[in-house]
Design a protein around this ligand. Structure first.
Ligand code: RNT
Ligand code: ZN
Length: 419
């Protein structure tokens, strides 16, 4: 009886024949963490009583049963999902998910102590944490303006919240021994044509400069600002646009967040990475999928995602980029959503790492654009799925087709019992 060769070895040889080292790709892939967003587990609701609707353009649609209602449920869901995603993970946490806040400190008064349960949870799993001030879903954001609000008192509140968030980020980073990426996104903008586009931007600039002036342990906190083209309800004017934040991040030498859903649908986020990296020290990617608008659909293994992560796979770029998930679909099983999106992100990165980078560049350098295109296209049919299966196996995660069973079992045992 003949034994079939190990499928991975077959793939390894096929890739080697094309000049690609699958072992090096697997090794690299296992060093890159993906930051898993807590907000996919409860449709961006958060733990503050009275909240429950993110508002401000963060619109989760659908009413699939079993959403997490508290820390225990959300942490259990994340644990279940972590078993299904191969490779290292981090937790991407929003300030509205404070756990240890019985005195109900408002957002401007939050400290790392209010996130003690998450910190302990992450520490015991060897995860880092990334952090986000929550500048929405709050009475002081009711009219859709926060850091650029015309009312100085309201601006003060959100400035203090962002300063508190940076401090929390720095402390969490120090505690866990891995820097926290603290990302500021605000919803500010107008539904209809503004009379004054400059005023809110001037105020946002001042607020951000004040936020950055607060002394923070910079070795444990990486600041990023997230731009956006438009949102539901702010179709005509977004204060924190791409030009605004790119210039701001470059001027102040902080990081920039590029969310895949925050540009015109035909713009290439992949192309932006090398364009902005000469000017900003760090990039955060919010891997997401907009369908017609910034709809935050579950990440697919589509061309936009593959191109974006292929850029990130460049050895000079990879150390300067953090990869965070940002999607929320309430119409399907939320654990499946997390799993599909995060696995696809990692698959896209694997595909990028498996590109014959040197051969492609050599063809380009000798002006042989025919060879470049031929190589790029032929590489697509190499058996990369077997390399992915091997990655799953080495990281004790189920392969494709095998993770849905555990999700269904968890749904039956746990999610359906939630009220
Ligand atoms: C909103 C931004 C932002 C949020 C999260 C919840 O358009 O993408 O990143 O999705 O902060
Ligand atoms: Zn985002």
């Amino acid at each position: 009886m003949s034994t079939s060769p190990h499928p991975y070895n077959f793939a390894k040889e096929r890739f080697a024949a094309a000049g690609i080292d699958t072992e090096a790709a697997l090794e690299k892939l296992s060093q890159v963490p993906v930051s898993l967003h807590c907000w996919q587990g409860d449709d961006v609701a958060g733990f503050e009583s009275g909240s429950g609707n993110a508002g401000s353009g963060c619109l989760a649609t659908g009413d699939y049963s079993g959403k997490a209602r508290n820390f225990d449920e959300l942490a259990a869901d994340l644990d279940a999902v972590a078993r299904l995603i191969p490779g290292p993970l981090r937790l991407n946490l929003h300030a509205s998910y404070a756990t240890d806040n019985s005195a109900k400190a408002d957002r401007d008064a939050l400290t790392a102590a209010h996130f003690r349960s998450w910190i302990d949870w992450a520490a015991s799993r060897g995860w880092g944490i990334d952090f986000n001030p929550t500048c929405f879903g709050h009475p002081k954001a009711a009219d859709g303006f926060t850091l650029s609000h015309r009312d100085a008192g309201i601006r003060r509140f959100w400035i203090d919240h962002c300063i508190a968030s940076r401090r929390i980020g720095a402390e969490i980073g120090k505690t866990l021994g891995t820097p926290t990426v603290t990302n500021i996104w605000i919803p500010d903008g107008y539904k209809d044509t503004p009379a004054d586009r400059s005023g809110p931007r001037r105020r946002l600039l001042q607020s951000l400069e004040e936020i950055l002036a607060a002394p923070i342990a910079t070795e444990w906190n990486i600041d990023t600002v997230e731009s956006k083209l438009f949102g539901i309800g702010v179709e005509s004017y977004t204060v924190g646009s791409h030009e605004f934040y790119l210039a701001f991040a470059a001027k102040h030498q902080i990081g920039l967040c590029l969310d895949a859903g925050h540009f015109h649908p035909t713009e290439s986020v992949a192309d932006k990475i090398s364009a902005v990296l000469p000017f900003v020290p760090h990039l955060l990617l919010h891997v997401s999928r907009g369908v017609r608008w910034d709809s935050d659909h579950v990440v697919n293994l589509d061309d936009a995602t593959k191109e974006m992560l292929a850029e990130v796979a460049d050895p000079e770029i990879l150390p300067r980029v953090s990869i965070g998930m940002d999607f929320f679909d309430a119409s399907i099983n939320r654990l499946a959503a997390w799993t599909i999106g995060a696995r696809n992100t990692r698959k896209a990165l694997l595909l990028g790492l498996l590109r014959p980078r040197e051969a492609l560049r050599a063809a380009e350098e000798r002006g042989d654009h025919t060879a470049r295109l031929a190589l790029l296209e032929d590489t697509k049919s190499l058996p990369w799925g077997l390399v992915w299966e091997e990655f799953c196996r080495r990281h004790d995660a189920p392969g494709d087709g095998a993770w849905i069973g555990p999700v269904r079992a968890y749904e039956a045992s746990t999610l359906r019992r939630r009220g």
